[in-house]
Design a protein around this ligand. Structure first.
Ligand code: ACO
Length: 319
C-alpha cells in the first residue's frame, strides 16, 4: 500500500518582482537572467508570512480533496527553513487549519516534497494513517543575499500542498544524497554564546552555481530514468514530467538525455523562479487546476537541491 493524491493546492505571494526591478538592485539585466535561467519574474513575500502561504496552500488542497482538517492523521512539511527554528512549520500549519494530528518537518532542501511523499508512503504501508497532508513551504527570498547577483536573481517564494489518501498510486521513488558543503550551503544565524570562538557565516545562500548545475543535470536525468524503470514503465509511457524549476537549461539538458517528448515537461519557471521544495507541488497544482490530468495518467517528478540531495518518483494520477 502506498497512497493516492486526493487533492492539491498552492499559494504564492502577491508581489511580482520582475527582472527589470532586480536590475535596479544589482548589476544584471533581463536578457542575462532570461537566457541563463529562463526566469522572467518571481513572487516575493512582502506582507505574507511563510505560515500564511503554507496555510492557504493546505486549505486549498483539503478543499480540492474534499477532506476536513479533523480527518488528517499526519502533516508533513518539507522546508529548509520554517518560520521558526522551533516549533516545526508543520505544527504551525496544524494549528492554523484546525487539525489535531502529529505534525513534523522534513528537510531535504529543494528535493523535500518528494522525500516527504516517501516518508508518508511509509506511514501508509504500516497502516498508521488514512489521510495525510504534505505541504512544501520555503521563503527562499529571506535567505538570499540581495547584493549577490549570481544567486538573488534565481529564487522566489511559494508553497504547494497535496492531500494523500489510501491507494497504490506511488509506483516508485529514487532518493540520493551526496553530502557536500562546497556547492551550496545556507548557514544558521550567529551563535548566541558570547564566548563562542569559531565565528559564523552570513545566513544567506552560498552557491557554486556551476557545480550545482553539473550535479543537477545528472541527478535529474539518471533519477528519472531509474524511477521510471523501477515503476516498470517505459519513458514514452510518461504523460507528464514535473521537474524542479531551478533553471530551464538544467531541464532541457536532462530532457536531452531522456526519451520523453519535450511537450510533456511542465515548466512555470518563467513566472516563479526557484521556489525550493515548493516548486514541484506548485507545478502539479497548476496542471491539476487547469484540468490537464486524466485518471490513469503517469506523472514523473524529479528534484535536486542542497545536501546535495535528489529525488525522483513516478505516480499514477487518480483522485
Ligand atoms: N547578471 C549578469 N551577469 C551575471 C549574473 C547576473 N545575475 N550572475 C553572474 N553573472 C556573470 C558572472 O559574473 C560571469 O561573469 P564573468 O564571465 O565575467 O566572470 C558570467 O555571468 C557567467 O557566470 P556563470 O556562473 O558561468 O554563469 P552560468 O552560465 O553558469 O549560470 C547559474 C549561472 C544560472 C547560477 C547556473 O550555474 C545555474 O543555474 N546553476 C544551478 C543553480 C541551481 O540550480 N541551484 C539550485 C539551488 S537549489 C536549493 O537547494 C536552494
Amino acid at each position: 500500500m502506498s497512497f493516492r493524491i486526493m487533492g492539491t493546492g498552492s499559494s504564492v505571494p502577491a508581489y511580482v518582482m520582475t527582472n527589470d526591478e532586480l536590475s535596479t538592485m544589482v548589476d544584471t539585466n533581463d536578457e542575462w537572467i532570461r537566457t541563463r535561467s529562463g526566469i522572467q519574474e518571481r513572487r516575493v513575500c512582502t506582507t505574507e508570512s511563510l505560515s500564511d502561504l503554507a496555510t492557504d496552500a493546505s486549505n486549498k488542497a483539503l478543499k480540492d480533496a474534499g477532506v476536513s482538517p479533523e480527518e488528517l492523521d499526519l502533516i508533513i512539511c518539507a522546508t529548509f527553513r520554517g518560520e521558526y527554528c522551533s516549533p516545526a512549520q508543520a505544527c504551525i500549519v496544524q494549528k492554523n487549519i484546525g487539525a489535531h494530528c502529529p505534525s513534523f518537518d522534513v528537510n531535504a532542501a529543494c528535493s523535500g516534497f518528494i522525500y516527504a511523499l516517501d516518508v508518508a508512503a511509509g506511514f501508509f504501508a504500516r497502516k498508521k494513517v488514512k489521510k495525510v497532508l504534505v505541504v512544501a513551504a520555503d521563503n527562499v527570498t529571506n535567505s538570499v543575499d540581495w547584493e549577490d547577483r549570481s544567486t538573488c536573481v534565481l529564487f522566489g517564494d511559494g508553497c504547494g500542498a497535496a492531500v494523500l489518501g489510501e491507494g497504490n498510486h506511488l509506483l516508485s521513488v529514487h532518493l540520493t544524497t551526496k553530502g557536500d558543503l562546497d556547492s551550496l550551503v545556507i548557514p544558521h544565524g550567529e551563535n548566541t554564546f558570547p564566548r563562542y570562538e569559531r565565528g559564523s557565516q552570513r545566513p544567506v545562500i552560498h552557491m557554486n552555481g556551476q557545480e550545482v548545475y553539473k550535479f543537477a543535470v545528472g541527478a535529474m536525468s539518471e533519477g528519472l530514468e531509474k524511477a521510471i524503470q523501477d515503476a516498470g514503465k517505459q519513458q514514452e509511457d510518461i504523460d507528464f514530467v514535473i521537474p524542479h524549476q531551478a533553471n530551464i537549461r538544467i531541464i532541457k539538458a536532462a530532457q536531452h538525455k531522456l526519451h520523453i517528448p519535450a511537450d510533456r515537461y511542465v515548466c512555470n519557471i518563467d513566472r516563479f523562479g526557484n521556489t525550493s521544495a515548493a516548486s514541484v507541488p506548485i507545478a502539479l497544482d497548476e496542471i491539476n487546476r487547469q484540468g490537464r490530468l486524466k485518471d490513469g495518467d503517469l506523472i514523473a517528478m524529479s528534484a535536486f537541491g542542497a545536501g546535495l540531495t535528489s529525488a525522483s518518483c513516478v505516480l499514477r494520477w487518480g483522485k
